[in-house]
Ligand binder design. Sequence first.
Ligand code: HEC
Ligand code: HEC
Length: 172
Amino acid sequence: MTRWIIAAASCCITVIGVGFAWHGPGDTTDAPNRVLRQDTTRHEEGTNVVERELGELRGRIAGREKQPATEVFKNIQLFKTMEAGRLPGVMGSWCNVLGVTCKHCHVIDQWEKEDRPEKQIARDMAGMVNEINTHLLKNIKNLDSPEPKIGCWTCHRGKLIPEFFPPREKKN
Ligand code: HEC
Ligand code: HEC
């Protein structure tokens, strides 16, 4: 239900062409429902938080980067064939493509837990991207690229909710 309200609210935001990756305190340009779940950190601050967490994570796994992620981490369901050393980079890029910090999908320092539904959404999104790339796009004939591909950025572009309509031109 909450999710539906948020989706509906964000739809209005999209229609009026407003949407920021991070919201500073006192930023009232967005619908109240969105602000509840959106990071309240400013862009620069958000980047610093992400860098700090990634630094700590890299420190914790130092020397074990080449081991499988499944051996170094506790709850790997998606990255079963990945080296542990690649996981921090993926986490950082997800923050970047969505315009959030780690706590959008995790309770900080409880990385292996499933406290937040966004964590599973991210896994499902990765599955969707894989399905599009390996099946759906492949079956479209006469495309320009030899191997056409989409990624998280293709839709999200630094925002949690991808835009549906093109932004309206400003009249003034
Ligand atoms: C968009 C959601 C999302 C964001 C943002 C995110 N993560 Fe993750 N994270 C995941 C998912 C999903 C997994 C589980 C991957 C799997 O199943 O293989 C995960 C797994 C992890 C793990 C492994 C935990 C374990 O022991 O199993 C660590 C550590 C981690 N993330 C750290 C971070 C850090 C640090 C950040 C911020 C820089 C971050 N994550 C941002 C979704 C996210
Ligand atoms: C084809 C377009 C598309 C691609 C590609 C895509 N997403 Fe999404 N994503 C969506 C849509 C649509 C929603 C639903 C937004 C809403 O609630 O209306 C969404 C929602 C999400 C959410 C929940 C947002 C929230 O409000 O908390 C997360 C997390 C997410 N996507 C992560 C990812 C990740 C990570 C990737 C890349 C692995 C990805 N997405 C790729 C379209 C896409």
